[in-house]
Design a protein around this ligand. Sequence first.
Ligand SMILES: C[S@@+](CC[C@H](N)C(=O)[O-])C[C@H]1O[C@@H](n2cnc3c(N)ncnc32)[C@H](O)[C@@H]1O
Length: 232
Amino acid sequence: MENFDLDREIARLILFQRIELLTPHQRKIRKLFGRYFFTNFFSKFFINPQEIGKKYFLEMVNEYNLLAKYINFENKKILSIGSGMCGLELIISSKSSGNSFSIIEKNYISKKIKYGWDQNNIEAYNNIAKLNIFLSNNGMMKSRYNIYDFDSDNLPSDKFDCIISLYSLDYHYDFKLYEDYLQRSFHQNSILIFDTIRPDYFLKLFDDVKIIASTQKKIHSSKRILCRGYKY
Ligand SMILES: C[S@@+](CC[C@H](N)C(=O)[O-])C[C@H]1O[C@@H](n2cnc3c(N)ncnc32)[C@H](O)[C@@H]1O
């Protein structure tokens, strides 16, 4: 796989999910005309889907390369929380075999995306129908994944080998929202990876917390942590 196949609407969603893919010019427009105008008008007509697809692909390869230093993805049961358009999951599935993906997302786009900390978890920027199309057009077999709408579906009750939440859980909304669920989803060797501004807080929840990357001011400066051993 060398690039993603995507349409304009999917490119628009990716731009909301990965705001760092904005060009400096688009950034200026967003600042000048405001978030509502950018979300509901500019992003619909004045973006270059091919360019976004290319940048997103490279970004997801980078994410994969980092995670692959710590995780062998062969034959793993993977849970993705707030996966966005699942570029990372596509790269994982193209580079390893025998894995399955359970994906939890929201199915709407906020009218005025704010980013930052969202105490009530009302911000969302995805469309599950589009996510299905993107996965299928990029070669993910339907038998390898299931998508769950956080607001209306029962979440999967399996135990997972690997749980990934990039720039979603505890980056935009409180870990507490998933705390009990994650405890039930862990087995002895499960791994959880997510981005947070308070890595030390998680020392009381997990036996092992390792910082694997630092991000300076994307939305806010954060650490990516890998956690093992949920303390019960
Ligand atoms: C900043 S984006 C990151 C997307 C992706 N992980 C990435 O790195 O490209 C955050 C994602 O979390 C989703 N989200 C928000 N609240 C959620 C929740 N409670 N459960 C699952 N996903 C959620 C949003 O819809 C959005 O797609």
